[in-house]
Design a protein around this ligand. Structure first.
Ligand code: PLP
Length: 636
């Protein structure tokens, strides 16, 4: 016979429960066995790979949870649709120039990601954006295609500037986006010294404010960009040095994850006015860089909210081009090359973070009710009596009484007047009363907010083998919501409501905000001896780069996979996560001296006859082995 959870529950029900169709963007689906699959097109053929098969392949290679999977096919697909959407929009609007994307390296600096973007992006001349010297070094070493652009943002010292000028000597189109007028004299001096004509742009500070996470950092209070006075200052300095023809690009970045297309349109319109005016000033304007900001619909509700957006990719491209044409055409200014620095939208979908559940804390009463033993405190008997009288008409009263008696018993316990067993019975009776209230609440009238929130306080806590701070830092830092769901058992009804706690000893190390503005996630009961795996999706942007070592949980295992036309997949790269030794080294411990200090402690124990020499050897061996182990929970 099928267990209850399997009756009348299908893959479609799971898809609906986890709102898969809303956020998956065609990359994920559930098969009839209840497994979540990665879906992609390879050479025109639809291919699906169950995530459980990838987990199995990783386990066979001794790569255990938690782990990050990077799917190269998805990364390629994101690059392709971005470039094609701009190309289509250009064709449709009759725009008289081309699109050149640049990937902002800071969004995911991992070598494999940047390499793949450069490789796959080559036919589109997709370039790189660098915000620092190390990122420029990456760009110079990785990009071979001279038709791809390098855009240098951020504050630039002489060394940074020299590197960029050398890139121009080598034939690259490498732009310096001027962030502050103080950069200009250095650029002029170094350009003259090296005899190189620089390609310059200005980053303008638009007054357009955008909604979203970074609202207060946009507009006049933005910490980046030049205001109109500073742009004039830059123009005058370049004019003076007879280098105004080097000023060719206008750059702006309204902020990341912009939820409203209206804001984008307004920003582009304002930027166009700067573009036209700079041209009137004599600058040789040819390029407009619209920065990042193209949002990812993490929630999938297509709304103007923090984790969503109210526009499609096609709309984004069309609106940018149309706005430029509407502003420049009347001025008879040629259409510029359009550059965008989309990071999030390029990288987010391609990474999946997987972890296993180690344990669950339930808030259900643990045993069937027993009568309080004779001689128990009468408050315990009274608490028991609440259960006898509870009905939909007196829920609030019963809730108040149960709280009162439970608190009294806790108080008596603190003063040594009731024993541990009585306290445990009181806690259990209390939970029993709450469960009754929850069951009867739909039939009851108006209830206090406290009672309304009961469901929340009784939800399970599932303990996940991961660190929020290491793997999903934005979930902690900016309350970013990511789609999370089990990757298997999706033909079974999830019968529990849960929040998720991580391994760190930190109250913030939890996930309790899920898509659809839910505070709990439906999950399955754990089964003895069986793993339960959850996937967190759309984590390819910013999460790897912003992570930290809280509690010394290090980098997780990573695999990059490529899916082939015949449905097979290949582990193109495997990176083992940090060992304990690695993370100790990051925080400046010297492993050799740690081993030596520990050896002395163990030797002392031998001298003091606490342990034998044989035990000493075993202890030292375990210590040495631990140093090379994974920082996460390892299942023997
Ligand atoms: N360009 C610049 C200058 C940025 O600061 C950022 C990130 O905030 C980006 C591009 C990438 O933005 P997004 O990931 O929203 O595309």
């Amino acid at each position: 016979m099928l267990p209850d959870s399997k009756i009348n529950w299908s893959a479609e029900d799971s898809a609906e429960t986890y709102r898969l169709e809303d956020w998956n963007a065609g990359h994920f689906s559930i098969n009839q066995d209840g497994n979540l699959e990665i879906e992609c097109q390879v050479n025109g053929t639809d291919v699906r790979v169950p995530i459980m098969d990838i987990i199995k392949g990783m386990q066979d290679r001794d790569l255990f949870m938690p782990a990050l999977i990077r799917v190269e096919n998805i990364l390629d697909h994101s690059l392709k649709i971005l470039n094609e959407a701009f190309k289509n929009a250009i064709d449709n609007c009759g725009y008289q120039n081309v699109y050149r994307g640049v990937f902002p390296i800071k969004v995911n600096q991992q070598a494999q990601i940047v390499e793949e973007i450069v490789r796959f992006g080559q036919p589109y001349n997709h370039g790189l954006e660098a915000g620092s010297k190390p990122e420029l070094i990456i760009a110079l070493a990785m990009l071979e295609n001279e038709d791809s652009y390098i855009v240098c943002n951020g504050y630039k010292d002489e060394e940074f500037i020299d590197l960029g000028l050398r890139a121009i000597q080598l034939g690259y189109k490498c732009f310096f986006v001027i962030e502050t007028p103080t950069e200009v004299p250095v650029i002029i001096r170094r350009a003259q010294a090296l005899g190189v004509k620089p390609m310059l742009g200005t980053r303008v500070k638009l007054s357009t404010q955008v909604e979203g996470h970074w609202q207060k950092d946009s507009g006049d209070r933005s910490i980046f960009g030049l205001n109109s006075l500073q742009i004039i200052e830059v123009i005058d300095m370049l004019k003076e040095a007879d280098m105004l023809d080097c000023l060719q690009l206008l750059h702006f970045h309204l902020g990341s994850q912009i939820p409203s297309i209206h804001n984008i349109r307004k920003g582009v319109q304002e930027a166009c006015r700067y573009y036209v005016s700079m041209k009137h000033e004599g600058a040789a304007m040819q390029y407009m860089d619209v920065g990042g900001g193209l949002a990812v619909d993490y929630e999938g509700n297509q709304q103007r909210s923090l984790n969503s957006k109210n526009y499609t990719l096609d709309e984004y491209c069309n609106d940018i081009l149309e706005t430029i044409m509407m502003t420049l055409d009347p001025e008879e200014v040629d259409h510029p090359v359009i550059i965008s620095e989309s990071g999030r939208a390029t990288a987010a979908y391609s990474s999946i973070f997987l972890f296993n559940i180690l344990d669950v804390a339930h808030f259900d009463p643990v045993r069937q009710l027993q009568e309080p033993p004779k001689g128990s405190d009468e408050k315990l008997t009274n608490l028991r009596a609440v259960l006898e009288v509870i009905n939909p008409d007196n829920l609030q009263e019963c809730y108040n009484d149960a709280n009162y008696y439970r608190d009294e018993i806790r108080h008596l316990f603190q003063h040594g007047q009731v024993e541990l067993r009585e306290r445990a019975m009181a806690e259990n009776l209390y939970l029993e009363v709450l469960q009754h209230i929850l069951r009867m609440a739909p039939e009851a009238g108006v209830l206090s907010e406290e009672v309304e929130r009961l469901q929340q306080s009784l939800t399970d806590i599932y303990y996940g083998n991961f660190s929020v701070f290491q793997s999903l830092p934005d979930a902690w830092a900016i309350n970013q919501v990511f789609p999370i769901m089990p990757v298997h058992r999706l033909n079974e009804k999830p019968t529990r409501q849960a929040t998720i706690a991580d391994l760190t000893c930190d109250c913030d190390g939890k996930l309790d905000h899920f898509i659809g503005d839910e505070s709990t996630l439906p999950l399955h009961e754990l089964r003895d001896g069986e793993d339960y795996f959850l996937g967190t999706f759309l984590v390819g942007a910013y999460q790897e780069t912003l992570s930290d070592l809280h509690n010394l949980f290090g980098d997780t295992n990573v695999v990059s996979i490529r899916i082939h036309e015949d449905g097979s997949f290949e582990f193109v790269h495997e990176i083992e996560g940090d060992t304990i030794e690695d993370v100790l080294d990051y925080v400046e411990y010297d492993i050799k001296s740690m081993k030596e200090r520990f050896r002395r402690t163990v030797e002392k124990a031998v001298r003091e006859n606490k342990i034998t020499v044989k035990t000493r050897q075993q202890i030292l061996k375990s210590f040495a082995e631990s140093l090379t182990g994974y920082t996460y929970y390892e299942v023997e």
